[in-house]
Design a protein around this ligand. Structure first.
Ligand SMILES: [Mn+2]
Length: 287
C-alpha cells in the first residue's frame, strides 16, 4: 500500500523529469506580488486540477503561498488516485520555484505528513508550519492553514454524522413524542424547526472558526490572517483584524492575490472548457 509520503517522493521524481519544459509561458499575464491558494486536495477525484493550472498560469507572482491540504494524504492512503493533471500541478509549482518565485508551503491537516519536513526546502519550496507575510503596504498577515482552530469544527462534523444516522430515528421519535405531547395537551413540536436550528448551529461554527482565527492573529499583534481549511472564501474585518480565507479548489475555485501595491483581492476562477487559455478576465471579483 502506497503512503502519502510516497506521493511526496513521487513529486520529487516528477520534478527531475520536468526540467526540460521551462518555457516562460506566464509572461503574457500581469504579475502579482503574491498569490495565496489552499485546499487543492490533489489525490482526490474532487480536485479541480485543470482549474488550478489555469489559475496559476494566469496569475504569475513573486511569491506563492500554498496554505495546506495541497496533497490529500488521507484520501491517498485509502485509495490511490493520481492522474496526470495532478502531476502537472506539482510540476507547475516546482517550475515556479525554479523560475525565481518564492514558494512557501504551510502544511494542513490533510497533508500533515509534510509537517515532518518543516524547516526544510523541497525542490526550492520552503516548508514552514506558519508564516508572517508583509504586504507591499506594510500590513503583517499571519499565514496558517487553520486546522489548529478546529476543535469546534470537528465537533460539528460529529454532530453532522450523528445527524445523518439519527435522522430516521428522529422521524420516528418525532411521531412518538408528538402523540405523547398531544395526550399531555402540549403543542406540536416541529422537526423542521429542530433541523433549522441544527443548520444554524453549523453556520455558527464557521463564524466561530473565523472569529477564533482572527482573534489569535490580533493577539499576536498582526494586522490580519490568511488561512484556508474550511473551504469558505472570505475577506472581511473581524474586530479590527483582516480575516482572509483563500477558499478551495474542490468546490469554489478561489484564490487570494496581492497586487503590486499591496491591495488584496479574492478571485473566483471560472474555467471555460472551450478555451484552454483562459484569459485573466475570466476571473470574477468577489471582494
Ligand atoms: Mn484542512
Amino acid at each position: 500500500m502506497r503512503s502519502a509520503r510516497d506521493a511526496w517522493d513521487m513529486a520529487a521524481k516528477v520534478q527531475a523529469a520536468s526540467t526540460a519544459s521551462d518555457a516562460d509561458e506566464d509572461s503574457a499575464y500581469p504579475r502579482y506580488r503574491t498569490v495565496f491558494v489552499s485546499d487543492l486536495h490533489l489525490g482526490t477525484p474532487g480536485c479541480q486540477a485543470e482549474a488550478v493550472l489555469d489559475f496559476l498560469k494566469a496569475h504569475p507572482s513573486e511569491q506563492l503561498y500554498l496554505i495546506g491540504d495541497i496533497i490529500d494524504g488521507w484520501q491517498l492512503r485509502r485509495r490511490w488516485y493520481w492522474p496526470q493533471a495532478h502531476n502537472d500541478v506539482i510540476q507547475k509549482l516546482l517550475r515556479r520555484a525554479r523560475k525565481g518565485c518564492r514558494v512557501v508551503f504551510v502544511p494542513g491537516n490533510h497533508d500533515e505528513f509534510a509537517r515532518h519536513f518543516v524547516g526544510h526546502h523541497f525542490g526550492g519550496i520552503e516548508v514552514v508550519e506558519e508564516a508572517v507575510h508583509t504586504t507591499a503596504d506594510g500590513r503583517r498577515l499571519w499565514v496558517v492553514h487553520g486546522d489548529y482552530f478546529d476543535a469546534v469544527v470537528q465537533c460539528a462534523k460529529w454532530l453532522a454524522y450523528l445527524g445523518d444516522n439519527l435522522y430516521e430515528f428522529t422521524l420516528r421519535l418525532n411521531r412518538y413524542l408528538n402523540s405523547l405531547r398531544a395526550r399531555l395537551g402540549l403543542p406540536y413540536w416541529s422537526l423542521s424547526a429542530f433541523l433549522k436550528h441544527k443548520v444554524k448551529t453549523a453556520l455558527n461554527y464557521v463564524t466561530d472558526f473565523e472569529r477564533a482565527v482572527a482573534a489569535e492573529a490580533g493577539r499576536r499583534g498582526l494586522h490580519g490572517v490568511v488561512c484556508g481549511h474550511i473551504h469558505r472564501a472570505e475577506m472581511r474585518e473581524i474586530d479590527g483584524v483582516l480575516y482572509c480565507n483563500d477558499g478551495d479548489w474542490v468546490e469554489s475555485h478561489t484564490g487570494l492575490v496581492e497586487h503590486m501595491d499591496g491591495r488584496l483581492e479574492l478571485v473566483r476562477w471560472s474555467t471555460h472548457p472551450a478555451s484552454k487559455l483562459s484569459a485573466p478576465r475570466a476571473q470574477e471579483v468577489l471582494a
